[in-house]
Write a protein that binds this ligand. Structure first.
Ligand SMILES: [Zn+2]
Length: 159
């Protein structure tokens, strides 16, 4: 699957429609609409599947980050060593933890949607609003871009 930005260019070069590209064959004008809907449905399904996988990956890397940080702290506090090595262990543990948290948050922001509990709009928030929002698991206290209310926004997979 080529990048979305390249698709139109590719179609122009090949002299086919986007619909032909997604169908993998030349589509008749009369079948066009039906095929288009099928393709749209298929793409939505694929996005949902990959979002689900991403959200699972987020849990795995978050657990890895926590284990890495706490094992570094445990080693630094329990084992005899020079002080500078202790500092190095704890600092590197924190740095890795922060990088992993940033990465996990990026997944959480991009995979699926947040649903406003007030107006039920589903949207992808900015990275910053996800980063600074209070949260319980994946439910975040954020401002809805549609109705402007600040409330608990739930993570959902389908639009
Ligand atoms: Zn809303």
């Amino acid at each position: 699957m080529p990048d979305a930005g390249k698709m139109i260019e590719l179609c122009e070069i090949l002299d086919i429609t986007l619909n032909d590209l997604f169908s993998g064959e030349k589509v008749d004008m009369k079948d066009n609409e039906k095929k288009y809907e099928e393709n749209l449905l298929e793409m939505t399904k694929q996005k949902e599947e990959s979002d689900k996988r991403l959200l699972k990956l987020e849990i795995v890397i978050a657990i890895f980050g926590i284990i890495f940080l706490f094992s570094n702290i445990a080693i630094a506090s329990l084992i005899e060593m020079e002080d500078w090595i202790r500092v190095l262990l704890i600092t590197s543990g924190m740095i890795v933890f922060l990088i992993i948290t940033g990465f996990a948050l990026r997944i959480e922001q991009k995979a699926g949607y947040y649903e406003c509990s007030e107006c039920h709009t589903k949207y992808v928030p900015s990275y910053n609003s996800v980063l600074w929002a209070m949260h319980v698991n994946r439910t975040r206290f954020m401002k809805c871009p549609n109705c402007g209310k600040i409330n608990w926004q739930k993570k959902v997979i389908s639009k």
